[in-house]
Write a protein that binds this ligand. Structure first.
Ligand code: ADP
Ligand code: MG
Length: 298
């Protein structure tokens, strides 16, 4: 495990920002940490990166304990904080050498050149940070997070405020970096998770409400809607009695919209056959991740 979070709670005075949160991230996974504003994403990330301590619970990163091995732990984590705080008056190389110095990286000059190449900053590398576009500032932020070659990368809303082109570039870059590192990335954009992540953790008011592979999130959560068209009318009350069915609406003659709590495709087929009808169409409505997110966080 690259990240192990056990029963972590965090209180700001009376307010609980995280309540009994547990999850693990395996080496090499790219996990999306999703939730509406104020859900506790940044708080969790600050705890993982040792910026703040949890009020309760255990945190381990790269096998190192948050309390006992805090300094070693920080060497294993790269962190791009929310809003990417940078020094606008510094030049890119000057800033990255400064960060390399903090980490005590040997051959810092060479490493800075390598990282400039990794994040695609070559053409802008002579500029002052304040003169860069937001997309390029984000690359500088990623460069500082990666310079010490950490095992784990924690990115807090890395694409917020970018225009569509910059967004695509930064997502592609994160995807590329994600092949070699464990990444935990927060966002409130569902498409981002589909584009970059293997797994999604959804958090709401400080508690985890979903944790599953992105591919399963759509089907595992919430309701499934089927559209069924047959050659002869079916009895609505009989359809409603099929196990798992929550609601049936006859949308047109011999067309039914069936909402269920689980996958009932085979049961529907069998039912129609028992009623001596023929299926003309049976289709499962794709739930978007947005729907899942809404149903879980509202
Ligand atoms: P997110 O990143 O998901 O938007 P945060 O982790 O920033 O959420 O915040 C979670 C909750 O904790 C919010 O209600 C926020 O107002 C509160 N909070 C965050 N930081 C502090 C702080 N330093 N002092 C008091 N409350 C805070
Ligand atoms: Mg935040």
């Amino acid at each position: 495990m690259s990240i192990e979070i056990r029963q972590v709670s965090k209180y700001y005075g009376q307010q609980a920002a995280l309540k009994d949160v547990s999850f693990g991230v395996k080496r090499g996974e790219v996990v999306g940490f999703l939730g509406p504003n104020g859900a506790g994403k940044s708080t969790m990330m600050k705890i993982i990166t040792c910026y703040i301590p949890p009020s309760e619970g255990e945190v381990k990163v790269a096998g190192l304990d948050h309390f006992n091995d805090s300094l070693k732990l920080r060497r294993k984590v790269g962190y791009l904080p929310e809003n990417n705080p940078l020094y606008p008056e510094m030049y890119i190389r000057e800033y990255l050498r400064f960060v390399a110095g903090i980490y005590g990286i040997p051959k810092a000059k060479q490493r800075v050149e390598e990282i400039i190449e990794t994040v695609g900053l070559e053409l802008e590398s002579h500029k002052q940070i304040g003169a860069l576009s937001k997309g390029y500032r984000q690359r500088v932020g990623l460069a500082q997070a990666l310079i010490h070659d950490p095992e784990v990368l924690v990115l807090d809303e890395p694409t917020s405020g970018l225009d569509p082109n910059q967004l695509e570039d930064i997502r592609a870059l994160i995807k590329r970096i994600g092949k070699e590192k464990t990444v935990l990335l927060s966002t409130h954009i569902m498409q981002e998770v589909e584009a970059i992540c293997n797994r999604a953790i959804i958090i709401k008011r400080g508690q985890i409400v979903a944790d599953s592979p992105v591919s399963e999130l759509k089907s595992a959560r919430g309701k499934i809607v089927f559209h069924l068209q047959v050659d002869k009318p079916l009895s609505l009350s009989k359809l409603e009695k099929i196990e798992g069915v929550l609601k049936v609406v006859e949308t047109q003659k011999c067309r039914y919209k069936i909402t269920s709590g689980k996958a009932i495709g085979p049961d529907l087929t069998a039912f129609v056959a028992r009623e001596a009808c023929t299926i003309e169409e049976l289709r499962r409505e794709e739930m978007t991740l947005e729907d899942v997110f809404k149903s879980l966080t509202q």
